[in-house]
Each structure stands twice: as C-alpha cells, then as structure tokens.
Design a protein around this ligand. Sequence first.
Ligand code: G4P
Length: 283
Amino acid sequence: MNFQWYPGHMTKAKRQMQEDIKLIDLVVELVDSRIPLSSRNPDIDELGKNKFRLILMNKADLADKRQSDRWAKYFESKGYFVYSLDARTKNGIKKITDIIMEACKEKIERDRKRGIKNRPVRAMVVGIPNVGKSTFINSYAGKAVTKTGNKPGVTKGKQWIRMGKNVELLDTPGILWPKFEDQMVGLRLALVGSIKDEILNTDELALELVKFLKEKYSGILNERYDVDESQKDIDIISQIAVNRNCLSKGSEPDFSKAANLLIDEFRSGKLGKITVEWCEDNE
Ligand code: G4P
C-alpha cells in the first residue's frame, strides 16, 4: 500500500497537536458527512479532552440528509456540538461564529463571572487529509481577517486568524491520520476518494460500490444507467460499459472505463446524495 502516512509522520503530527491543543478552548473537528465515523480518528477524544468540542459534518452537499440528521443526533448524544456544512459556500460558513460561541458558552459565562470581558475564544481545526480543512479555513477566514503575530500568551511563531472580536483561529490545521488499518474503514475512505485509489484498484472499488448501492440505495443504478440490478455485480458494471459507450480500442465494452465512470460519478454526487456509512449500522 502506497500511503503517505508513516509512523514518523504520525508521531510528529500528534506531538504538534498536543502542543497546539494546549493553546485553545475549542477543537473544531471536520468529518466527511458521507463517512462520519470512518473519517475520524478517535485519538482526538484523548487529545482534546477538557476542551470544548465542535464536529463540523463537512461535504454535507454530497451526503444523504436523512443519514446526516441521524449522525448529528448520534454525535450530540455523545456531547459534541454538531453542524452540517458545505465548506465551499458562503451560506454554510455564515453561522460558524455563532456556533463556536454557542459551543463555548460555558467558557464565555465563566469569563464573564470573573469579570473578564471580550477574551476571544481560541479554536483550532483538525481532521484527516482531504476532509476540507483548508477549504473551511479559507472560506471562514475569507479576506476580511487580520493575522495576529506573536503577542503575549501566544507561542512564538503561531499565527492566529482573528475573526471579528470573538474568535481566534489557529491558521494551520491539525492533521489526524485515518484508521485505515481497519479494512472497512479503508474501503469507505477509498470510496469517497479520501485516500485516492491506493487501497483497492478501481475495478474492485467499483464492485464494492455496486454491492453497497444495491443494498442501501436500491434503484439508483437502474435510474442512472438503465441497468438491471438483479444481475451479478460484475455484470452490472459490464452493462454500464455497454450503455454508456465505455469502449476499448477494439470497440469492446471496457470494464475498467465503466468502473472509473461509476466511481467518478459517485464521488462527484452525480449518482445522488449518498452516505456510505450508516448510523444505524453502528448502533
Ligand atoms: P484538507 O485541507 O482537509 O486536506 O482538504 P481540502 O480543503 O484540500 O479539500 C479537499 C477537497 O474537498 C477539495 O477538492 C475541496 O474543494 C473539497 N471540499 C471541501 N469541502 C467540501 C464540501 O463541503 N463539499 C464538497 N463537495 N467538496 C468539498 P479538490 O481541490 O477538487 O480536490 P480533489 O477533489 O481533487 O481531491
């Protein structure tokens, strides 16, 4: 497996995060709404203990709203604040400061009682690669912010992005490593394109996708590709090749081209809003 995370990277990232977390009030953890658990690393609960916690269910535009609602309740029941979001849009970002303030209301109240006024909430963004951390920071920070430099109480070299008078965000996100040693987690991460195609080749991945869609989103393949879903998974992909004109040089149906098309259309949302990891399967 050709994956970029080696033990050395992980240890360094973890150590860095342990340092950064000391500086903040709130951990803003991004997860992928299509695979809310598989896109987390539970180590963050240990790293972020005693901190306020907000889970941003990102890429909500690609996920099944019914499932996202269930997942939101699931996370809320575990004590997290939760917000669903498409980090690329202004609309999603608009409410973030309010949500952060809400998630930290105990701290704000505590400060108020001690007579401390206008001390901004300090937050950092964490998440696995590709979950949308940079997109979120860019959208949230926008152009209107000023970066604050070194100042008392701020570790040398740390850059904080000042969001109005209420929030300061650490400008570099903390990178968590996915738990890809668990095969199902690896498969889900590969399906959404989070770890590209390093775990399985595209043919195998497409077969897994067909199996999943037949079970959980019955009818969706028929609707988009006009295929008979009662066939074997492998025959469904062959039929997609025929119906979508995925041909090899010799004008034969090309299985791999069809597999690629299916995966691409799934990842880009053309097949519909699909959640790969269902909440009820985890309860
Ligand atoms: P990272 O910092 O956590 O590693 O993630 P990053 O922001 O780079 O985002 C990874 C990809 O996910 C980007 O696509 C980005 O546009 C996309 N993305 C982020 N948030 C959302 C969201 O809420 N909805 C959707 N649909 N996409 C989102 P990219 O640059 O095109 O990269 P890629 O697609 O080639 O991987």
